[in-house]
Design a protein around this ligand. Sequence first.
Ligand SMILES: *Cc1c(COP(=O)(O)O)cnc(C)c1O
Length: 379
Amino acid sequence: MIHPPKRLLYGPGPTMVDPRVYSAMGQPIVGHLDPFFFSVVEDIRAGLREVFGTSNDFTLAISGTGSAGMEAAVANFVEPGQKFAVLANGFFCDRLVEMGKRHRGDVVRFDKPWGEGFSDAEAREFILREKPDVVAFVQAETSTGVYNAGKGICDAARDVGALTIADCVTSLGAMPVEIDANGIDVAYSCTQKGLSAPPGLSPITVSPRALERLRARKATIDTWYLDLKLIDEYFEGPKRYHHTAPITLFYALQAALDAVREEGLANRLARHKRAHERLVAGLEELGMEMLVPAGQRIWNLNTPKIPAGVTDAEIRKHLMEKYGMEVAGGFGTLAGKILRLGIMGPLASDEGVNNVLGAIAEALPGGIGAGSTSSRATT
Ligand SMILES: *Cc1c(COP(=O)(O)O)cnc(C)c1O
């Protein structure tokens, strides 16, 4: 037996796993072509349509983490030589750019400082000027805490005939994603953030219009494993072997989506919003300012600025050593400047918020856990 330490995962992910998800993972596996497995797949697809807010028939879970979904979206929908426009205001936007280049897209980017959002007007101006084939944006940028539903971006993209790719890795299951209402063509996510399951699968959904474009595509997709047409033939139609699906992770995702259904998606999102509001009020009482202006904040990933007199390493060290609480710091241009506090799934409750606020209060200047030289981190 292994005995992992019991952590409270208050970071950007992985987040706390629902106990029923752990139970599901202890069930015996079946073969990857077993009718029972396909019944699990069907149930997952229906559950994913619900959380994505879409009626897209092509909605499934790719074997791989969120980055596999990202690479599938880019590799399948950005053809070599096509213009790929990225709205870039964070770390994961840069990853989209990197993938766009590797798949030989003609990448153009519109940069904003990390922590700032795009207004609809400036996004539209950029898209109309560039007239790209594909536009990508990150709905919930986990490196900064900025959220943008994306409707304005998608409207502008549609006006120039471009497809849209949305990164919904952190938003899915905790914030409104609303694929159909926002007009998003291709979206991908992960299982270990808003959905309270372990990492390993990447939900993806594709609009009929994008699917048409994919079917008409002439250039071979330069990844075999993430070729969506091949994956589709495994989960749909001929149900032909493509790869051996990680059966246990499918059980986990099914149980996680069951939990969402039972609570009701609207209730679940409202719970995350309440927890976010409680957290922000508490942080402000402690004298911490939020990086992102109200109205553009991700509910389940909060980014308070580090106040004077303490470092992010000191706060994180106190939380981890005293309570086993994992929170993240900033990176890139935000290194040392913010905390990244994930309040998701089982932790999105009054108690979950109070506990982390209490622990942070102790670590701030004047708090009981800070100030003594012995508790100061040296890094
Ligand atoms: C976590 C994350 C990813 C990458 O997902 P992995 O599961 O780590 O591969 C991509 N985009 C965003 C916005 C993320 O937060």
